[in-house]
Ligand binder design. Sequence first.
Ligand code: ADP
Ligand code: MG
Length: 729
Amino acid sequence: MPRTTARFDTLAAATGWGADSRNGNGTSEPMDIESLFGSNTFGLAEMRARLPKQIYKALCRTVDHGEPLDPSVADAVALAMKEWALEKGASHFTHWFQPLTGSTAEKHDSFITPNEGGGAVAEFNGKELIQGEPDASSFPSGGLRATFEARGYTAWDPTSPAFIVSTPAGCYLSIPTAFLSWTGDALDTKIPLLRSMSALAVQAKRSLALFGATSEKVTATCGPEQEFFLIDQEFFYRRPDLVTTGRTLFGAKPPRGQELEDHYFGSIPDRVLAFMMEVERELYRLGVPVKTRHNEVAPGQFEMAPIYENANLAADHQQLMMITLRKVARNYGLACLLHEKPFAGVNGSGKHLNWSLGTESANLLEPGETPHDNMQFLFFCTAVLRAVDRHQDLIRATVAHAGNDHRLGANEAPPAIISVFLGDQLADVFEQIERAGTATESKQGGLLGLGSPVLPNLPQHAGDRNRTSPFAFTGNKFEFRAPGSSQSVSFAATVLNTIMAESLDELNTLLDAELEKGTSFEDALRTLIASEIRKVKRIIFNGDGYSDDWKDEAARRGLLNLPNTLDALEMQPGDKNRALFEKYGVLSHRELESRHEVALDQYFKTVNIEGETTADIASTMILPAAVRYLNDLVAAADRTRTLGVETRGLTRTVKIVNELVDELRDALDALVEQNAELGGETVHSKAYHVRDNVVPAMGAVRAAADRLEKVVPDDYWPLPTYRDMLFVK
Ligand code: ADP
Ligand code: MG
């Protein structure tokens, strides 16, 4: 038995990292952020410089005002884009799209066209810019496409700038596109998002017109905060569970986790900071406005967040953020884990989605100093409350997937019950309205004196923050805290936009009817807000969302509690939701059904892979390690007995290990049996089978294995432990 296992080598490797040994392209060169920012994007500034004026203007009408694209601009844009890309050193281009897998896809084509003289020229035309035709047959379609219908199309999204992806070996041009089936159905996350943004803009403009505040443009804005874990790459590759499923399927809780609360906002370790700086540099080049970086709550956990942008751009940039985090980590000998729950027992990772809507000049969810007399704000805020109240199920469904089940409702992330936190000031204003039909004052924050003449007095916010609410008003936007760290934010944003469009539409219509009757706008508005708030006040909750009391209280209020993925997905294709998406042209019935199928299928596949991986690791790594130890113990007991030595401790150890081996073997047999079950014919029944049978069977295997980890000697244990992975920086 070799005394040095792989695990000790990895410890050596992990401590061997130094600022000089990294191969990242460095923090030594000073960062000139102004010239770096957007330097690898073909954005409006680049287009203005390179395109004929008329073409540029036509394009702006589409990008800025959502007008239909004039097809004649495509050739000119393609030419300019190609020249720009060639100057950057690109040889290939790709249509970059976001299929229903939740990640991104690309297929590269060279610019090269052979010419008669045996040479070649680089070519790229409007047709190639506008439309691509990847084989769609291997992307999830949820039954929208029969297997023989392989054709799919990608369509240029002129509102999201093309960009250069650089790698050490060279670079290529990447063009954001939408992805649809041969029959014209959306097969991606971008198409419904763009449709929802238009629907929202139409209704918000209608509302603004009622307030006499016409606006050319209203956009949904999103700022997604990304949480992630970093561990040494050596550990990562020695954990088949992390490599295959993105999370640890085994691992005893270390003696020290996050209870000392010393990691959050702690000083960022050098190696991590170097990594973050390179991530930022890369993202700045791609025009992604990353702004904040800090340590998160769990050891080894961090967060980076951009400044908000329009929802479509934010969603594209969020994908680039995840790609870049993963890619750059390797330069520092790190692995970036984007899974919602890579480690049991410490906090998981989310992706708070900050959401609002605004005109060219104003955020429509800005309450100002005195929200009680800001009727326009109160109107938009009421619209949000109604929307969330009516569509709790749909909001919950946008974050329903296997990874998030480990996180939601686990006292570290918002509960699965959807409610809205408003903060003291707004809650008070709405209470006044509810009681008296109108609000006459707004609580003010005042000044905080610090008791020392050298420290400044600080203005205090009118309301505290609340970390336990899934949907919290945070000053001038709502923060949807339930999305998981690995998720695309597109569907969540799509749903928020669509339900808001519906809510505004209904409020607009009610106001129109009152005005028709001759009621003054002021009176109609005041009455409407008061009556709507009375109807939906149950959705407002400012207390502790983690407490058990809230579960009871929420049940009394009739709020939905959908604790896991399948409960939440169950409601997604219901009549209410179908009518909503159809009415606002966001998803057809077929498209909604297909998304439902894909979500179920992904859930089933994810858990299925986890079940198989658990069985593999338990049989081929953990059980053998335990048996090896048992064998040594038994041999030692044998030898000591021949010497006539008392072996009480040894005998007891043999017994303990033997019992755990029994337990592991039994649990493993049960899991193997469940893994072999197909769970019926439909994706629906398979998903329920894995939830109800495979998940608990995996849990039992893990429980036995984790107990073994605590008794089997360190040098026999085949997997890096939590203690190693979480604390070696
Ligand atoms: P916090 O810790 O308060 O959540 P962060 O700075 O981590 O603060 O994140 C706030 C996020 O909210 C940022 O991404 C920011 O750009 C975003 N945000 C701010 N204003 C808006 C807005 N009007 N619409 C959408 N997102 C916004
Ligand atoms: Mg936040």
